[in-house]
Design a protein around this ligand. Structure first.
Ligand code: HEM
Ligand SMILES: Cc1cc2nc3c(=O)[nH]c(=O)nc-3n(C[C@H](O)[C@H](O)[C@H](O)COP(=O)(O)O)c2cc1C
Length: 832
């Protein structure tokens, strides 16, 4: 933009960026930030937040609320980023590329050029009546008395929209990344919000934002030009008007200004006094908003917005990194943003600011969406600290075992989710590792918090700790679990049970954990809370199933199920076919002469909604969604096996006994137990849906399956019909038929735990009556299909032979992963 037009535009726009105008926008900014907070609160801690995307939605919405504008983007009412914003994103990238391309090469970039102009066309989204554009059209420059030209208006509008949202959303995204990586700074920032009353008092958060902009200036470079020939620093000659690019990322990391630790994130150096001092000593050392008269006109707007949003979010939520191992990657358009950064949030105690206190307000670490709805046991919380997954998996194991001890895990969350508040009077189990003397990545905040607690502050907390470590780190062996165990004791916490510890070097972590669970933790919990442990036979269903009738609820017609009780064919042979049906109506439906009976031609498929106890990983079926029964049984559930761990108990009760089972386990690791045709097994539909699978390894590329068709008298007609459909599918397979199968790698040693002499338990309860050779095994999952199996698929041999045999397969409860963390991790990821 030339100097004259820039000057006119600058002066026309200036009043809108004055302090009064910006302050007047505080309420609207607050409302919109409230929408974002509501949105995050609604999704809860189970849904990862796409940090940069959500902040972009917010900053776009805020920008569009400029006092002159009447248009609301309402980005949070759309799942996808709005086309306008997407267009702006690709426009930005293309602008950057066009700038870098050599002149006269646009012919080679026709597609990009076409898209570039299409994106520009999208810039003015709807029928605004009075907005920023109108103001630019009518505004007059007080100095020259001139109006802005059309091309200047277009340039400014685009600059304004781009400069006004990308930058601030980038700043917010980087700031949250820094806070999550620096627990002390996070705590300090959150404490400040809890203490102050007005946004102007947010000194520390302001320092966080300044230091963020030093590390990650969202406009990473700008250019300046000398107004006369110059020699810079006594060494570099530059001519008048020669553009010089200021690379802010380097510029702001100058060690002469910031010292040897210039690359460290230290908000303290940007606290008001230090910041002023720095600006006096090195006036150009911090330039994220540009330079001179061309510097950012929107700085006060951005500053108010960023302060407000950061404060509101930290006030209402606890945050943690979705992937504690996330390494910062940059996405660059004209601005920079963190790429692939996800975080999770849970509401803090306080009601959402700007909203009424909610009756169902979650506490920190409240149950994730998808958690089991029913609560039968005494609630308790499980937190883990884990970088490579072992402690996380132990935490889920504990949750899974809880119901059979009369407890129910409300949450299974990283320990940082408990930062700042632990639900009083409810037991807490903590399972954590140590890394180089430090807490795992998702524990830093918590440890930092408890170090600051004073006497009696934890009086209402009861806890137990289990620690994983490795004796190679001899100096710091189990340091973090031990530290947490003793530190919670100091401010008055009650230790429910002595700490349990395991050494990864010995490779017995799951066994150590189970021993601690069975012999220390659960007995102590039962005693403290006077809760009786469930009898052996009382098993917890893997899934509960609710049958739903979507058509009844979605049609405004009372659709019910009637039954055909008689069919007659009154037509004589050779005449057109006639049918006479007698239909029995549902009991509370009556028919009078003249009534009109609506018959819907197709029976809609039965639907079900599955829910699972929290932390229970025995199923990978979609939870808490209405699913068509056909989809579930035809496309999601493995066929061939209808019983799993809960059914083990039932099967064992009708079989000769453990000893025989172990004998049967014999040389192969799959125990096949013949049941008689007449045996009936009580089996819930939820149990049926929990998959098992098995594959004797007689040949690496083939597998034989022996399966049973279980008769389950406890099931309703519909359930039974579906089970039969599922089972019969496999039963009716013939040579040449095709199946959908997939492979799940399971670490075999995990499956094959046999009772070891002198281990204290006759049969380790997890591993069931299996035998094996300790090599790696695979489990096949089989689903109906009309396509040939892909590479690595399984071939089913002589399945029909199995029909008459009616056998049940009994396998280990589920893959137990007690091998090295790395192997575990690879496997675990594939299993869930
Ligand atoms: C953290 C947030 C922001 C940062 C880091 C930032 C940074 C910058 C920088 C470095 C420039 C100068 C570019 C150059 O010299 O080439 C600039 C210019 C500009 N910014 Fe910002 N900006 C931010 C937020 C905003 C906001 C919220 C608005 C509008 C509401 C805005 C509107 C503008 C405009 C219109 C210009 C051009 C100014 C002119 O040429 O007179 N910026 N910004
Ligand atoms: C880089 C590294 C550092 C470790 N530092 C320690 C340590 O200081 N003290 C300790 O007891 N164990 C240490 N360990 C062992 C881990 O704590 C142990 O493997 C633990 O089971 C990991 O749990 P996780 O899989 O839940 O993260 C370290 C392991 C690694 C890979």
């Amino acid at each position: 933009m030339d100097e004259l037009n820039w000057g006119i535009a600058h002066r026309v726009l200036m009043p809108a960026f004055g302090p009064l105008s910006i302050a007047g926008m505080l309420d609207e900014m607050h409302d919109l930030a409230g929408l974002l907070a509501m949105n995050w609160a609604r999704h809860g801690s189970s849904v990862p937040i796409m940090v940069a995307d959500d902040f972009t939605r917010l900053t776009v919405d805020i920008l569009a609320l400029w006092p002159w504008a009447t248009y609301r983007f309402n980005s949070f009412y759309h799942d996808e980023i709005l086309p306008f914003i997407e267009a702006m994103g690709s426009f930005l990238t293309e602008s950057g590329s066009r700038f870098r391309r050599p002149p006269f090469t646009s012919i080679f970039y026709r597609d990009s050029t076409h898209k570039y102009f299409e994106d520009i066309d999208l810039r003015n989204p709807t029928d605004r009546k009075e907005d920023l554009l109108t103001a630019m059209l009518n505004g007059t420059d007080p100095k020259t008395g001139r109006k802005m030209t059309d091309s200047s208006i277009i340039d400014n509008l685009i600059t304004f929209l781009i400069a006004g949202h990308e930058t601030t959303s980038g700043l917010l995204s980087f700031a949250f990344h820094q806070l999550l990586k620096h627990p002390e700074a996070y705590r300090e920032a959150q404490e400040e919000i809890d203490e102050i009353e007005h946004i102007g008092q947010l000194k520390y958060i302001a320092a966080v934002l300044r230091e963020t902009l030093r590390h990650s200036p969202t406009i990473a470079q700008f250019s300046v030009a000398p107004i006369q020939d110059e020699i810079i620093g006594g060494r570099y000659k530059v001519h008048k008007d020669q553009p010089i690019v200021v690379l802010l990322v380097k510029w702001q990391m100058d060690t002469t200004v910031y010292g040897k630790d210039a690359d460290q994130f230290m908000p303290e150096r940007k606290l008001d006094v230090n910041f002023d001092k720095l600006n006096k000593e090195f006036p150009n050392s911090w330039k994220p908003f540009g330079n001179g008269s061309r510097a950012c006109i929107g700085r006060p707007f951005a500053w108010q917005e960023a302060l407000l949003v950061t404060a509101m979010l930290l006030q209402n939520f606890n945050f943690r990194m979705d992937d504690p191992n996330y390494q910062l990657h940059i996405k660059q358009t004209l601005t920079i943003k963190p790429k692939g950064l996800f975080m999770r949030c849970s509401l803090r105690d306080a009601p959402l600011s700007g909203s009424e206190p909610r009756k169902d307000a979650h506490k920190a670490g409240a149950p994730a969406a998808g958690a089991a709805k029913k609560s039968n046991g005494k609630p308790f919380s499980i937190y883990f600290g884990s970088n490579s997954g072992t402690c996380q998996s132990l935490a889920h194991r504990l949750a899974q075992d809880a119901p059979s001890h009369g407890f129910e895990a409300k949450v299974v969350d990283p320990l940082d989710a408990a930062y700042g508040s632990v639900t009083p009077n409810e037991p807490v189990a903590i399972i954590t590792a140590s890394y180089e003397d430090q807490p795992p990545d998702n524990v830093g905040l918590f440890v930092n918090w408890i170090t600051s607690l004073k006497a009696h502050e934890m009086e209402k907390m009861s806890y137990a700790v289990f620690g994983c470590g490795h004796h190679d780190w001899s100096e710091t062996f189990h340091r973090i679990p031990k530290l947490i165990d003793s530190m919670l004791d100091e401010p008055g916490g009650t230790r429910i049970a002595p700490i349990g510890l395991s050494d990864a070097a010995k490779g017995e972590m799951f066994t150590d954990f189970e021993t601690w669970e069975d012999e220390v933790f659960w007995p102590a919990m039962s005693e403290k809370y006077s809760i009786k442990q469930c009898a052996e036979a009382e098993v917890v269903p893997a899934l509960s199933v609710e049958f739903s009738t979507p058509r009844t609820s979605s049609l405004r017609q009372d659709v019910r199920e009637a039954c055909v009780v008689d069919v007659k064919t009154p037509s004589a042979p050779g005449q057109p076919l006639k049918k006479h049906l007698e239909i029995r109506l549902p009991t509370d439906m009556t028919y009078r002469a003249g009534d009109y009976l609506v018959v819907l031609p197709l029976n809609l498929k039965q639907s079900i909604i599955l829910s699972a106890p929290i932390g229970d990983r025995r199923t990978n079926l979609p939870i808490n969604e209405s699913l068509s029964m056909d989809d579930v049984l035809g496309a999601y559930v493995e066929l061939g096996k209808a019983c799993y761990e809960e059914a083990d108990t039932t099967i064992q009760s009708i079989l000769p006994g453990k000893e025989t089972l172990q004998n049967l386990a014999g040389n192969d690791y799959v125990a096949e137990i013949s049941t008689q045709r007449s045996r009936k097994i009580e089996l819930s539909f939820g149990t049926f849906l929990t998959p098992i699978s098995s594959s004797p390894r007689w040949n690496p590329s083939h597998v034989t399956l022996t399966f049973s068709i279980l008769e389950a008298p406890s099931l309703s007609g519909t359930e039974h019909r579906y089970i039969s459909v599922a089972s019969n599918f496999l039963a009716n397979l013939g040579v040449g038929d095709r199946l959908h199968v997939s492979m799940l790698a399971v670490p075999l040693p995990a499956l094959l735990r046999l009772p070891r002499p002198g281990c204290g338990r006759a049969v380790p309860r997890r591993y069931g009556p299996m035998a094996g050779d300790g090599r790696r095994g695979r489990a096949a999952r089989i689903q109906p299909a009309d396509r040939p199996p892909g590479r690595g698929g399984l071939q089913v041999r002589s399945a029909s032979a199995a029909v008459g045999e009616r056998r049940a397969l009994v396998r280990a409860r589920r893959p137990i992963l007690h091998t090295c963390p790395l192997m575990y991790r690879a496997t675990f990821r594939r299993l869930i």
